[in-house]
Ligand binder design. Sequence first.
Ligand code: DAT
Ligand code: MG
Length: 139
Amino acid sequence: MALERTFAIIKPNAVRNGHVGEIFSAIEREGFTIHGLRMVQLNKELIKGFYIDHIHKGFYGELEAFMLEGPVILMVLEGENVIARWREIMGATNPTQAEFGTLRRKYGEDVTKNAVHGSDAPATAEREVHYFFSAFDLV
Ligand code: DAT
Ligand code: MG
């Protein structure tokens, strides 16, 4: 087992709909610890850099518009195998295909407005953590 860090986002719809507390509860129930935490209003440049692998895809415009809808909460989570485990707790990208009880099933509205983000691999987690957090912001 490896102690890892991952990067997570509570997306605009989950913040707007009042699901922040329930998502923090899920994080704490799982035993993950929070090592970075910021609330921000993203802009087009930040979104483009973050979703660099998706900018040429057909859905990018919709994804960008959604991520601009309102403030998001950015987090760095730590735990044993947290990268895979956080993705399991989130559920599949499309909330209609996500398992019952997962965050995306509970709080997602459609494949774009899917409530939460989680890094998909160690190299991605490393990039995403440092994209939004400086060493000074991490505890
Ligand atoms: P994930 O967020 O599960 O890692 P991803 O990296 O493939 O999924 O896509 C990033 C985000 O882009 C995803 O959370 C929501 C949006 N997205 C992905 N596929 C989509 C699609 N087919 N239509 C609309 N939005 C999509
Ligand atoms: Mg992804």
